[in-house]
Each structure stands twice: as C-alpha cells, then as structure tokens.
Design a protein around this ligand. Structure first.
Ligand code: NDP
Length: 393
C-alpha cells in the first residue's frame, strides 16, 4: 500500500485527490490529512479515512476538531499549528505528499515533504514561484521526486521524453506552448472590468476551483505564475514559453520540438486526470474522468493573450525577467490584492495596480535562503496592504 498525506485535503484539489484514491482502495491508503479551519469537512474525512494524523493549521480549529471527533477515531492523532502541517508532510508512513494548500502558506509544508525525500505532487505553484532555485536545489539534494499537478505542467510532463530530469532543459525541445482558458472575463467589455464582482470573477467557464486560483484565472496571474513555475520545472528560459489563450480548455498544453513536431495533451478539464497521472506514474490508473470524444469536442481555438485585459500576465513576466526574488514579491502582493478583492475592499482592476506598486517599491535582490524569502514575503505583504488601505480611503 502507498501511504498518502494530503495537505489542503478540504480544498478543491484535496477533494479531487480523495476521489481518485477512492477508486483504488487496494493501492493507496490515506495516512495524513490537513486543513486550515474547515472542521466540519475535516471531521467527515477523518471518520471516513481514519488517518494516523489530522492537522488543522489553526490551533483553535484543531481543539474544535478533537472535541468533535471525541473517541470515535482512536487511531487518529489531532494536532494544530503550521509546524504540525509540516509534520504531516514528513510523516514516515507517507510515501507521497499531495501539496495542495493554497498560497504562500503551503511553502514550508511542501519544502518539508521535499526535505523528507517524498514523491511530492505539487499543486501549490506559489511555493515554487516564491523560492525557485532554492526549491529545486533542495529537491536534488534530498533526492525527492516532483510531479506537477497543474494541468498544463502535467500535460507538458506527459509530452516530454521519459528521460527528462526535473529542472533540466530536455534535449530537442524548442518551446513550450502553455494554454490558458482566458477565464470568465475574456470577452467582457474592457471599460466594465472595474465593476467585476468576486462572484463574477470566480465563475470560471471550464474549471471548478478554489476562490483564489479562480480570481488568478480571471486576471491571468495564474498563467503568469505558471510561466514562472514552468521555467523552474523544465529548466527553460521565459522566452521559450509561449502563452496561448485556448477558451475550450481541451488542449492542456503542447511541446514544440526542433524537428517541427508538436505534441499536445488533450482531455476533459478535470483535475482528476493530472492527479491520477501523478499518483500512478509510471503506470496509468483510472481517474473517474469520462472518456474524451474528439467528435463531440468543440472546435479548438488558439489566440494571443490580450495585454490590455490581462496586465497581471505582463507583471509576472516582468518579475521573472527582473530575477532574484521579484517573483516572491509578485506572489505576495497578488495574494494580498486578491484577498482584498474577495473581501470587497479592492476593485478588480486595482489588483494589478497593487502588484505593480509593490514590485516597484521593494528591492528584491537574490535571496540566499528560504528564511530570506519569507522575510521579503512579509515586507511585500505589508507594502501591498498599505497600498490597498490607501486606495480604499
Ligand atoms: P482551495 O481554496 O479549494 O483549498 C485550499 C486548501 O488549503 C484547503 O484545504 C484549506 O483549508 C487549506 N488552507 C488554506 N489556507 C491555509 C493555511 N493558511 N494553512 C494551511 N492550510 C490552508 O484551493 P484549491 O484546491 O483550488 O488550490 C490549492 C492549490 O492548488 C493552489 O496553490 C492552486 O493554485 C493549485 N491548483 C488548483 C487547481 C484547481 O483546480 N483547484 C488547479 C491547479 C493548481 P480549509 O478548507 O480549512 O480552509
């Protein structure tokens, strides 16, 4: 049996992971589950999966969980706090770790899994965006295995030669073509974008996801973060990664080779496919996703992203070009701006403005340690929050 620890078990990716695991009871066993504050969902998961360890990042929520469970799950230890989340990542019984916490909060647990030499299924792209080469260096130092869960990166991985090494440019590849749906606002009148509500920004046409990544898809910051993620995962510079808007979300990405071949990965937009790929690799296992019928598929369209509509994409590329820890600053400012937008404190169009302001005011040199990145992350969040307050007043 393969032991799995799921960080962010109550979220969209966490639930899809449990769905795939449910299909293979003789292959996988859940050994640890973590969440932030959703005690009700976590209690239900504990009763069903009876993990060795259940962690709530919020200590108060952990006490509540322990009360709710009482003596009903005697084999499950309940812990609270962020250090306990990292403990779930390095649990000896966990062979694989699904890193599916949203945002920078997922960094230290994902790194803990890497440092424990696990197979890390990385959904939490923010961790890689924040720490870049530090994360990749730890990966090779600790002999851990990294499998991307983002559908685009997982698609690219599937189109690359099996001999590829994480973080090293594969031979014969000219470019990666990273597809993007364009989100729910692709056709909105540009002049009305400042009126977009959180519900409208989260109404993604093809994918059902958590609220933060849904807003990131609407601004296309998600694609910006993914370009940065792809550079680190596949060892390519940004100029060899082309973003294409593909509203049907059928082609999940493509790899263009020097001989003119272009390999594409197609399928339904359902995260259970990349999750099953990463759980089963090198074997193929069932995911529960319906068979894909090309005849029933809509015509496939590819477009250049519209710069005026998606300024966040350019900001991400700019941060990547700036190098050093600029991507960590970008990520921190984005998280704060998106949270303020979801709380009704910031206009949709001001998300990009807050990020631009933070990037221009903070000098993000090379960070030589994860602690230095975390310090910069704190500074960037404080700066972004003060700009959000200034705009609100
Ligand atoms: P959700 O918001 O649906 O779930 C987030 C999970 O993280 C929940 O379990 C939540 O717990 C937990 N969490 C939130 N804050 C903290 C914290 N401070 N400390 C510890 N745990 C926390 O997010 P998604 O599942 O949509 O996304 C997760 C990650 O996967 C993101 O990085 C996203 O970019 C990436 N991803 C998601 C895709 C998708 O289809 N959803 C596709 C590709 C990548 P609680 O429920 O208690 O709040």
């Amino acid at each position: 049996m393969i032991g799995i620890s799921i960080l962010g078990a109550t979220g969209s990716i966490g639930l899809s992971t449990l769905d795939v695991i449910d299909m293979h009871p003789d292959r996988f066993t859940v050994v640890a589950l973590t969440a932030h504050r959703d005690v009700e969902a976590m209690a239900a998961q504990c009763l069903r999966y009876r993990p060795q360890l259940a962690v709530m990042a919020d200590p108060e929520a952990a006490r509540h969980l322990a009360d709710v469970l009482g003596a009903r799950v005697p084999g499950t230890e309940v812990l609270g706090g962020s250090e306990a989340v990292a403990e779930a990542a390095r649990l000896p019984a966990a062979d694989y770790v699904m890193a599916a916490i949203v945002g920078g909060a997922g960094l230290m647990p994902a790194l803990a899994a890497v440092r424990a030499g696990k197979r890390v299924l990385l959904a939490n792209k923010e961790a890689l965006v924040m720490t870049g080469h530090l994360f990749m260096d730890e990966l090779s130092r600790c002999d851990a295995e990294l499998l991307p869960i983002d559908s685009e990166h997982n698609a690219i991985l599937q189109c690359l030669p099996q001999t590829r090494v994480s973080g090293v440019a594969p031979d014969g590849v000219r470019r990666l073509l990273l597809t993007a749906s364009g989100g729910p606002l692709r056709e909105w009148p540009l002049n009305n974008l400042n009126e977009v509500t959180p519900a409208q920004a989260c109404a993604h046409p093809n994918w059902s996801m958590g609220r933060k990544i849904s807003v990131d898809s609407a601004t296309m910051m998600n694609k910006g973060l993914e370009v940065i993620e792809a550079c680190w995962l596949f060892g390519l510079e940004a100029s060899r990664i082309r973003v294409l808007v593909h509203p049907q979300s059928v082609v999940h990405s493509m790899v263009e080779y020097v001989d003119g071949s272009v390999l594409a990965h197609l399928g339904h937009p359902d995260m259970r496919t990349p999750i099953a790929h990463a759980l089963g690799a090198p074997e193929r296992i069932a995911s529960g996703v319906a068979a894909f019928d090309p005849v029933a598929a809509p015509p496939l369209v590819f477009e250049e992203p519209e710069n005026a509509r998606f300024p966040c994409l350019a900001l991400a590329t700019q941060a990547l070009a700036e190098g050093g820890s600029a991507p960590a600053v970008l990520n921190a400012a984005n998280e704060e701006a998106v949270a303020a937008f979801l709380d009704g404190e910031l206009k949709f169009t001001a998300i990009a403005a807050v990020i631009e302001h933070t990037l221009s005011y903070l000098d993000a040199g090379e960070a030589h340690s994860v602690e230095a990145v975390l310090e910069l992350d704190r500074q960037a969040r404080a700066l972004a929050r003060s700009e959000i307050r200034r705009r609100a007043s």
